[in-house]
Design a protein. Structure first.
Lengths: 308, 308
């Protein structure tokens, strides 16, 4: 691979196309059986396929300008479901200002959507997974735990009050990619590494750690209030919901400590919040050390393990 | 879709990226159950997924420079098959001088491969489906019928001598994209429209006809000698093998009549042959009129109908 600007395994692939430009490409495959709870409508499945791909672009600070959507479907899928699915793809594309320019359809046993994004970036302006340095600030662009709780409500039929249930389930059915935030953070030039949290916070941290060859000390868990309430009601450890959930499309970033306020205000101007949760360490371990409790290791596992 | 250089439904999508350049994108989904006879090994399935995508680039005269390969697989697929499949993808990529720069994997019931190609083209240098003019010469880059005969041998267990059987089956298991030919033809500047014949010659003609708003008079059927022999032995109409087969990755093109020799010699220099099979007509019908037989309509059906 001669002209790769990012290593294999980063959130996107980037191909040098000359004149200081990179073509940025990413494909994400979604299979209904594995990636979509039965509660999801075809419209929501289509929309989610787009969100997943856009989130990878968000994490690199690159605007996707075109999508290809390849769809495999069972022959017996009702025409109405097919139309719903297509409308979901389009709705997702519109939400993030990107055009579906092509795709393919085929017959398959499952509903399979491969959503491919294409964008352009300036060389050197794309945020890699591999750029974190010791003493950088570790931050996230949202609070965690809603989708892990939502998946328990859906898959394990955990009982919680209706209002809470609705909001948790919605976080699973209607995920959101933080594209505006990712673009704003990239423009600051002070974000040293970034990844999206689609496979869970712990997994994202372990990927940043592995590719940047640093460790992390997490001092503040970014706990969502809904997840906290769910944990209290169901007697669940909220730490597990926050660290080992998934399908929660936040950005996990490291920021130069001396430029933290620049990143923080860029996030605010983009309508969001950057939450400081810890810092990058020279030692390549991932440690959770919250006030008043013992230090513990963060395990490098992702949400696939959570549902197994 | 504001910046599309080719209409939706052409072989590839082309996005204007400024400075006279187009980003060319194409995804092709292959599902083993539908697109790969049982005789195909995982290596051959992987390789074929690449061939199918490359063939679309060939038909537009654009060199693919990067591929993304997303693969869905059953959980119980043996590790060896997975490795074979990956090696097949790589072998296909190497054959056509293109790099696999990314992809995704997921669990699915079938083996599903979505192969996405990316390339660059100069604006105005990409051969569309919609450019054929009346009186253009209609030509193909190879002879037809082998894969239709091969599929009958495989799917219907039609019995033919061993040597013939081997070669027909091979045409199905080891398809080839005519990339070198497509690039050479595009460079001549005298090819007015082009499509690949993955869905059969008749279907390709009907697509060129529909998008260029012309008709075709076919005077010479491009019959492969192997298909001819198969037809004789099995008492099959060779015309059906040639017109209504599929999975045969030739290029179907129209050429300015006054510049035919330029296209013909470019094809020769690329190591192949351009076969004149007829001409473009003002009247939007597709007619087969071979010497010594009655004129008949070419039906706009593709190979999906053939296997149904």
């Amino acid at each position: 691979m001669p002209r790769m600007a990012l290593p294999f395994g980063d959130d996107v692939a980037a191909v040098d196309i000359g004149r200081g430009k990179l073509a940025v490409l990413k494909s994400d495959m979604l299979v209904d059986r594995t990636d979509a709870p039965k509660e999801m409508t075809p419209w929501q499945i289509g929309r989610k396929a787009v969100v997943v791909a856009v989130s990878d672009f968000a994490s690199k600070g690159v605007r996707p300008i075109a999508l290809l959507t390849s769809v495999g479907m069972p022959r017996e899928l009702p025409k109405e479901s097919i139309e719903q699915l297509a409308r979901g793809l389009e709705a997702g594309a519109r939400e993030y200002g990107v055009c579906i320019v092509g795709g393919d359809t085929d017959e398959a046993t499952d509903i399979v959507i491969d959503c491919v994004g294409f964008g352009l970036a300036q060389k050197g302006k794309i945020i890699p997974r591999a750029g974190a340095k010791p003493s950088d600030i570790l931050a996230v662009t949202g609070l965690f735990g809603d989708t892990a709780a939502g998946l328990r409500v859906i898959l394990e039929r955990t009982r919680v009050p209706n209002g809470l249930r609705r909001r948790l389930v919605r976080s699973v059915l209607m995920p959101e990619a933080q594209l505006k935030m990712g673009l704003a953070l990239a423009r600051t030039g002070v974000v040293t590494s970034s990844i999206d949290s689609s496979d869970g916070l712990a997994w994202s941290l372990s990927e940043l750690s592995r590719m940047s060859r640093v460790g992390f000390a997490v001092e503040n868990l970014p706990v969502s209030p809904l997840a906290e309430r769910f944990a209290r009601i169901t007697n669940t450890d909220v730490k597990d919901l926050v660290l080992y959930g998934g399908e929660e499309f936040r950005l996990v970033v490291t920021v130069r400590a001396d430029r933290w306020s620049k990143a923080k205000s860029a996030a605010n101007r983009a309508g969001g919040t950057l939450y400081k949760i810890g810092e990058t360490t020279f030692e390549k371990r991932m440690i959770l050390k919250t006030p008043g409790s013992r230090a513990s290791r963060i395990r490098p596992v992702g949400w696939e393990h959570f549902i197994d």
